[in-house]
Design a protein around this ligand. Structure first.
Ligand SMILES: Cc1cc2nc3c(=O)[nH]c(=O)nc-3n(C[C@H](O)[C@H](O)[C@H](O)COP(=O)(O)OP(=O)(O)OC[C@H]3O[C@@H](n4cnc5c(N)ncnc54)[C@H](O)[C@@H]3O)c2cc1C
Length: 388
């Protein structure tokens, strides 16, 4: 039984079914759930992870998967628009941008270094005066995340995964042996193995992980544009704008003219059922950023807001592990604001862990109850912004 039908749960259920298991996938519903972190219009897919070659390689493996999904699926849901990384000063050794660029070069990629004048020439919406350095990362882009989850769920159904609407309340167990789950209606749903993929809800429903995982609210804004074509393609790739200092990142316009702007900051710890609203002060900060960096968007109307939840782990790494104290229970969560891109490989990792098989990636995602920030991501959670 897989609990939670976000990208972790859907990919895991599909993989296990393809390995021949009988699989039930439960979620509170509706599916895809509108509050799930995975259910948004877009997510970045990039190999740029500072000096952290582990995640660079994991993303590289995932990118092969995105290409495969694009070839196999009726709609291309991954857009290989590249990834624009720009900085307010010169990129410096030790900095996220410099190190990401270095790793790309060392691994045989050809990121294009871009100065301010070149930025303004190629991507006219950008104020190149403010961004004297940066590069265009050649392999990356963004995925239509909500549509990807919907597609995976359809594939689950076609493959024979039993999809059920139920809200998980607790593990059902005899001693330390897991026997299934108990739902909020009091029903026991039997299963030989339970894999909890409840994203930011995981620390709420698996309380012994509250020291390891937490739900953190992060603001997302959608700005409306009249001419979407001015804000996409090579003129407007998905971007990280001095992200280790500022937190700002964003996406090309969708067909219905929405430019999404996110802020990778500390966020604020919340109960996942009550994440609150986007703080109006955050909208002001976003407008300041746009006026300085993307002047054509400075007056664009806000056409949508969303509070999305990171499931932050103590160290920024995913948690994909067997519970050492509960036989038959696996937890797959702790996306820490950067795991959607791994969708094509995540199901394989979780399934290997559940089967007890060796896996190239799983050691880093092992069970843990203490630690300090390890990923570049976790380290550069920005001190700016009002959503703290
Ligand atoms: C603002 C924001 C921006 C992000 N940007 C990026 C990005 O650009 N690139 C990237 O790679 N990643 C990004 N991420 C991270 C990425 O979205 C997550 O890591 C990933 O989607 C997590 O997927 P999940 O399946 O673990 O969780 P979710 O998608 O949240 O799924 C959890 C599921 O569990 C269900 N559930 C919860 N409680 C219960 C219960 N009691 N019973 C039954 N079902 C339950 C929910 O309904 C939900 O469907 C971002 C996240 C946020 C919040």
């Amino acid at each position: 039984m897989v609990v939670g039908a976000g990208v972790f749960g859907a990919a895991t259920a599909l993989e296990l079914r393809e390995r021949g298991y009988g699989v039930t996938l439960i979620d509170r519903g509706p599916l895809p759930h509108p509050d799930a972190s995975s259910t948004d219009i877009s997510k970045m897919v990039r190999m740029d992870y500072g000096s952290d070659v582990f995640y660079h390689e994991l993303a590289e493996a995932a990118l092969d998967g995105w290409d495969r999904w694009n070839a196999d699926w009726p709609d291309r849901l991954y857009h290989d628009d590249q990834f624009l990384v720009i900085t307010k000063g010169l990129m410096e050794p030790g900095g996220f941008e410099y190190e990401s660029h270095r790793v790309l070069l060392e691994r045989g990629y050809a990121p294009e270094r871009i100065g301010g004048a070149e930025l303004s020439r190629r991507c006219p919406a950008w104020n190149g005066d403010r961004y004297p350095d940066g590069y265009l990362s050649p392999r990356g882009g963004w995925a239509e995340s909500g549509a990807v989850v919907a597609r995976l769920l359809r594939l689950c159904q076609e493959a024979g995964v039993h999809l059920a609407t139920a809200t998980f309340e607790a593990i059902a167990a005899t001693g330390s042996r897991v026997r299934g789950v108990r739902s909020t209606t009091g029903e026991t749903l039997p299963a030989d193995h339970v894999i909890v993929c409840a994203g930011a809800w995981t620390p709420a429903v698996i309380p012994w992980l509250r020291g390891t995982l937490k739900a953190v609210a992060q603001p997302v804004l959608h700005f409306g544009v009249e001419r979407p074509n001015d804000f996409r393609g090579r003129r407007f790739p998905p971007f990280a704008a001095d992200i280790s200092g500022s937190g700002w990142y964003g996406f090309p316009a969708t067909d219905d003219g929405r430019v999404k702007l996110g802020h990778h900051g500390n966020g604020r710890e919340v109960h996942p059922d009550h994440p609150g609203e986007v703080d109006p002060r955050h909208v002001e900060l976003a407008r300041d950023f746009l006026a300085e960096s993307l002047p054509p968007l400075a007056g664009a109307p806000v056409v949508g807001t969303r509070v999305c939840m990171y499931c932050d782990s103590i160290d920024g790494d995913l948690l994909i592990a067997r519970d050492p104290d509960r036989d038959g229970l696996v937890i797959a969560a702790g996306g820490s604001g950067h795991a959607f891109k791994f969708a094509p490989v995540i199901g394989g990792i979780v399934a290997d862990v559940a089967e007890g098989k060796a896996n190239r990636w799983s050691d880093r995602f092992a069970w843990r109850t203490s630690g300090s920030p390890r990923t570049e991501e976790a380290r550069f959670h920005s001190p700016t912004g009002t959503e703290r």
